[in-house]
Ligand binder design. Structure first.
Ligand code: SF4
Length: 63
């Protein structure tokens, strides 16, 4: 699984981090600055739930 974040679409709700703190990285203002890349298998479910939580649909998952 790969994740990527559209930083232009992110509005800094931090909901993704609340659900998937082991996957996503926020800056000091709460914006998602996670580098695009592979997700460890044990974190895939957390990543999916975090992506679904984003009201801006700023997180893309490629299975
Ligand atoms: S939930 Fe979406 S909009 Fe909010 S910080 Fe995470 S990626 Fe950004």
């Amino acid at each position: 699984m790969r994740i990527s974040v559209d930083t232009e679409a992110c509005t800094g709700h931090a909901l993704c981090f609340g659900i998937a703190p082991d996957v996503f990285v926020l800056d000091e203002l709460g914006y998602n600055v996670t580098p695009a890349g592979e997700v460890a298998p044990e974190l895939e479910e957390q990543a999916r739930r975090g992506a679904l939580s984003c009201p801006e649909m700023a997180i893309t998952i490629e299975e």
